[in-house]
Ligand binder design. Structure first.
Ligand SMILES: *[C@@H]1O[C@H](CO)[C@@H](O)[C@H](O)[C@H]1NC(C)=O
Ligand SMILES: *[C@@H]1O[C@H](CO)[C@@H](O)[C@H](O)[C@H]1NC(C)=O
Ligand SMILES: *[C@@H]1O[C@H](CO)[C@@H](O)[C@H](O)[C@H]1NC(C)=O
Ligand SMILES: *[C@@H]1O[C@H](CO)[C@@H](O)[C@H](O)[C@H]1NC(C)=O
Ligand SMILES: *[C@@H]1O[C@H](CO)[C@@H](O)[C@H](O)[C@H]1NC(C)=O
Ligand SMILES: *[C@@H]1O[C@H](CO)[C@@H](O)[C@H](O)[C@H]1NC(C)=O
Length: 320
């Protein structure tokens, strides 16, 4: 008993938020995660009201961080520590399926599925969280020309243009977790570009934009090209073709002609997967996890984009 008390006491002393760290967030769906300075900032999402199904749900505005030590081995779990930062997220409307990105040392969040929690105004759906502040909190921010609420879309920041790119996603006006599905008018193909210095949005309806989609991944290459992989299309059209890769150039604001991938392997179609850019080359790791159509948890797919001569895209997979 004495040991337990002194451990708690130590945690309080070493944690300047004065928050006990001996807890783990409850499970959830449609949460957000951003990595910054050896921490993963994590929050929101639908919480199940019952332990074994999603028939009753409640969106959340909880906010946490998870310490990720710069080096560790996989048996060394004690260095991964959750901290409850929910006292800093009281300005967030309970949400799920929002879009977030990191802009230098700020997290930007746009829209999402707020279920029964109506936002204060549909024209004010941007929040910022300043990671460098000594007393950070989520701040609702008025921007100019803000697009309509979108969920299951994406925000991508390019520090060379100073812009954040928000393409596709699903217009949010219904509880989509339970009803699902999308018709063509729910899936705009507008490229919405937000400038971090002016707080102004510019919307481009480009004629050769790919078909609208949601629950896809978007990855910025060092060349300034955003690669969009997978996702769901309209109910009638199913899932995006994984052999056709869509790329947007942030240097001249054009869609490149869709690339057909090479190699003998093309992953099965999927949504709600994740993609991570390797810092070795333009190698994107697509982690097949919670993939809607077919769950293949023992597969890791790799996607390589070569820019040596012309763009060349190839998939391969690793079974472990
Ligand atoms: C992993 O880290 C733990 C704790 O630091 C250490 O005891 C263990 O020997 C390490 N294991 C390996 C395989 O390095
Ligand atoms: C996190 O902190 C908030 C208050 O800021 C509290 O209401 C909530 O219960 C805490 N959550 C957990 C899991 O401890
Ligand atoms: C926001 O938009 C939704 C869907 O169109 C509408 O039901 C709701 O009343 C709007 N909320 C506000 C505060 O204008
Ligand atoms: C953009 O970020 C990369 C690292 O992510 C860095 O190497 C580069 O210098 C940055 N460019 C500018 C203009 O800040
Ligand atoms: C782009 O298209 C959408 C409909 O998909 C429309 O609501 C919007 O006004 C258009 N924006 C511009 C700048 O043309
Ligand atoms: C736009 O830039 C990309 C490289 O980012 C290039 O491949 C493409 O040819 C350019 N398109 C136009 C129309 O200039």
């Amino acid at each position: 008993m004495y040991k337990l008390i002194s451990l708690t006491y130590l945690l309080i002393i070493f944690n300047n938020n004065f928050v006990l760290t001996d807890f783990i967030p409850t499970s959830r769906w449609g949460a957000n995660a951003i990595y910054f300075n050896n921490k993963i900032y994590y929050g929101g999402g639908y919480l199940p009201l019952y332990p074994d199904n999603w028939r009753g749900t409640q969106p959340s505005n909880e906010f946490f961080s998870l310490d990720v030590p710069p080096s560790f081995n996989l048996t060394d779990r004690s260095k991964f520590v959750w901290t409850n930062l929910s006292s800093q997220s009281t300005n967030l409307i309970p949400f799920a399926f929002s879009s977030q990105c990191l802009i230098e040392d700020k997290i930007m969040m746009f829209g999402g599925d707020f279920d029964k929690y109506l936002p204060p105004a549909n024209t004010t759906l941007v929040w910022f969280y300043d990671l460098s502040s000594s007393s950070p909190s989520w701040v609702l921010t008025k921007t100019t020309g803000q697009p309509n609420d979108l969920e299951s879309g994406s925000l991508v920041y390019n520090n060379n243009t100073g812009n954040i790119y928000m393409w596709a996603g699903k217009l949010s006006n219904k509880n989509t977790l339970l009803t699902g599905g999308a018709s063509p008018e729910d899936l705009p193909t507008t490229m919405n570009i937000f400038n971090k210095d002016t707080n102004v949005w510019t919307s481009l309806n480009l004629t050769n934009a790919p078909e609208g989609r949601y629950d896809f991944t978007s990855t910025l290459l060092r060349s300034g090209i955003i690669v969009y992989i997978g996702g769901q299309l309209t109910d009638a059209n199913g899932f995006a073709d994984m052999s056709q890769i869509n790329m947007y150039s942030t240097t001249n604001d054009t869609w490149l002609p869709a690339m057909t991938t090479g190699g003998s392997y093309v992953p099965s179609t999927r949504a709600r997967h994740t993609a991570v850019l390797s810092n070795q080359s333009n190698l994107i790791f697509v982690i097949i996890f919670l993939s809607i159509e077919i769950l293949k948890p023992n597969f890791l797919s790799f996607f390589f984009v070569s820019q040596r001569r012309s763009y060349y895209c190839i998939w391969w997979s690793y079974r472990y």
